[in-house]
Design a protein around this ligand. Structure first.
Ligand code: ZN
Length: 76
């Protein structure tokens, strides 16, 4: 079943089908990474702490794992 939900990418403002994008709510990986970059800049208020970078990298892995699980669930 093909679901269609047209949304605008919060990063580049392009309209796309929400269910077609692996990187939602963004239209593509690039927009997702740009947004994560902004997010990290806000997170790294204390850049002298390397442990927070590792924590953030762990968080990226968790997010990616979660998104993969989400897309797997939808294929079933
Ligand atoms: Zn985009």
């Amino acid at each position: 079943m093909n679901k269609i939900l047209k949304v605008k990418c919060p990063q580049c403002d392009i309209e796309f089908n929400y269910y077609n994008s692996l990187f939602r709510p963004f239209c593509c990986e690039k927009c997702k990474m740009i947004d994560l970059g902004h997010w990290f800049q806000e997170t790294y208020t204390v850049p002298s702490k390397p442990s927070s970078i590792e924590e953030a990298q762990e968080l990226i892995k968790e997010v990616e794992k979660f998104q993969q699980e989400q897309s797997n669930n939808e294929e079933n």
